[in-house]
Design a protein around this ligand. Structure first.
Ligand code: UD1
Length: 420
């Protein structure tokens, strides 16, 4: 297994280009199942989760032609209606093929995702919503088996603005009979991007990015040509890295509209941020101050940047209280931070982080995608060498991150096949 080795102490300087958003790319790739026409999706990040999604589409019978960050997919004939356990367990988002397969074929069989490192993560909201659109569902041997002759639009009130459930509903409602109204919908930028992709297929969707989304179903959809939006989480990670190392980095593709909650907190901590049309420049001349963070659905502070902000807090001046409200168990990185000498106490959904002057490099283990990048961030400022193991978590969602950080001046390398 690969290991990432970082020698701390270098300021990051220069320019970095953010890749396309993994979390927008996945539902957009799955929505190509809604049509038998050719769909072209560009600006895809070259990450493991995208490869898994393409493999699943091809297993289902779609033709997949890859050309760098652009992929053409034609699901002319769907030859399988099943997403197996092996795939869904490696990538929970694969569950999103259930709705499109059902809408297109009238039946589908998809493994239920189990728990994961950051909590139980049930799919009850997805299932309840599909039932309201007329799907008949059974849970058989760990699989959801779904049937419906033709899904019918309905008014669906989500108990929580789940990103996945909102995306799932928008996809199936686009091929349902009549109008669907999603109340308490998630408002993340990735929802807006999925709606744009579906609209380019001919779907009639209003209100994406707001709490009420209306979808008027069509009897069929056409092909699409869509460029995935830039990854706000990757962008935010580089902004935090620049501030932590007291560097100066131009993050190309960072969109301030999508990152407002982070920018407010970084400024409060003392970072200097310059918002340009196609980039954000982050600078910090001195040690930052601790700030409190509470994760919330968009436009609140993103849970996918919580671990990175905790990394920053470990070396900031003063105390930061970090509250996680979106996931039940998303502080696994905190225990690894202790190995660097960080001062953190955990109490349920709260982490109290007292910043220390200097951390000391250590061998550590990644537990999930965002936790793994936060360990690299700490490695950038800790003395001596840090080795991050289990980097397959990192490879699920960050494109060539060690190369990008090395180009900014970090001393970082991937050691292939090391004992992880
Ligand atoms: C998506 C993102 C993930 C991000 C999360 C929250 C993708 C591929 N992943 O995940 O990176 O951290 O949004 O911004 O886009 N829940 C239920 N029942 C459900 C669905 C969700 O109880 O049916 C709960 C979850 O357990 C979790 C919370 O709702 O506690 C948020 O989940 P959700 O917004 O659905 O996140 P995902 O779509 O899984």
């Amino acid at each position: 297994m690969d290991v990432i080795r970082v020698k701390g102490g270098r300021r990051l300087t220069g320019e970095v280009q953010v890749a396309g958003a993994k979390n927008a790319a996945l539902p957009i790739l799955f929505s190509t199942l809604l049509t038998d026409q050719r769909c072209v999706v560009g600006n895809l990040p070259q990450v493991q989760d995208v490869r898994t999604a393409l493999r699943l589409l091809s297993d289902l019978g779609a033709e997949v032609e890859e050309d760098g960050s652009t992929v053409a997919i034609t699901a002319g004939e769907i030859t399988s209606s099943e997403a197996p356990y092996e795939l869904v367990k490696t990538m929970r988002a694969s569950f999103l093929v259930l709705g499109p397969l059902l809408a297109r074929l009238g039946h589908a069989r998809v493994s239920q995702p189990g728990g994961c490192a950051i909590g139980g993560r049930p799919v009850n909201l997805h299932l309840h919503a599909l039932q309201q659109l007329g799907a008949e569902l059974d849970l058989v041997h760990g699989y959801t088996e779904a049937r419906a002759d033709r899904l019918r639009g309905a008014e669906v009130q989500l108990d929580f603005p789940s990103v996945g459930a909102t995306e799932h509903l928008m996809m199936v409602a686009s091929l349902a009979h009549g109008e669907t109204v999603i109340e308490n919908a998630a408002r993340e930028p990735e929802i807006v991007d999925l709606a744009a992709a579906l609209r380019s297929m001919g779907a009639d969707i209003e209100g994406a990015g707001e709490a009420i989304v209306r979808v008027r179903g069509a009897s069929q959809l056409g092909g699409m040509n869509h460029q995935v939006l830039p990854d706000r989480i990757e962008a935010g990670t580089f902004l935090i890295a620049a501030a932590m190392t007291r560097g100066e980095v131009v993050v190309r593709g960072a969109r301030s509209g999508d990152l407002h909650a982070l920018l407010v907190k970084l400024r409060e901590a003392g970072a200097e941020l310059e918002e340009r049309d196609d980039a954000i420049v982050a600078r910090a001349a001195r040690r930052l101050a601790g700030v409190d963070i509470k994760t919330l659905p968009y436009p609140g502070f993103p849970t996918d940047l919580q671990a990175q902000m905790m990394a920053l807090a470990t070396v900031s001046q003063g105390t930061s209280v970090i509250t996680e409200t979106v996931f039940e168990n998303r502080f696994m990185h905190a225990n690894e931070f202790l190995r660097f000498g960080a001062d953190i106490s955990l109490d349920g959904h709260n982490a109290v982080v007292r910043g220390v002057e200097q951390l000391s490099g250590a061998p550590v283990m990644a537990t999930d995608l965002r936790a793994s990048v936060s360990l690299i961030l700490v490695g950038l400022v800790a003395d001596n060498t840090t080795e991050v193991r289990r980097v397959y978590h990192l490879d699920r969602g960050y494109e060539r991150i060690e190369e990008k950080l090395a180009a900014l001046g970090a001393s970082i390398e991937r050691v292939k096949g090391a004992r992880g």
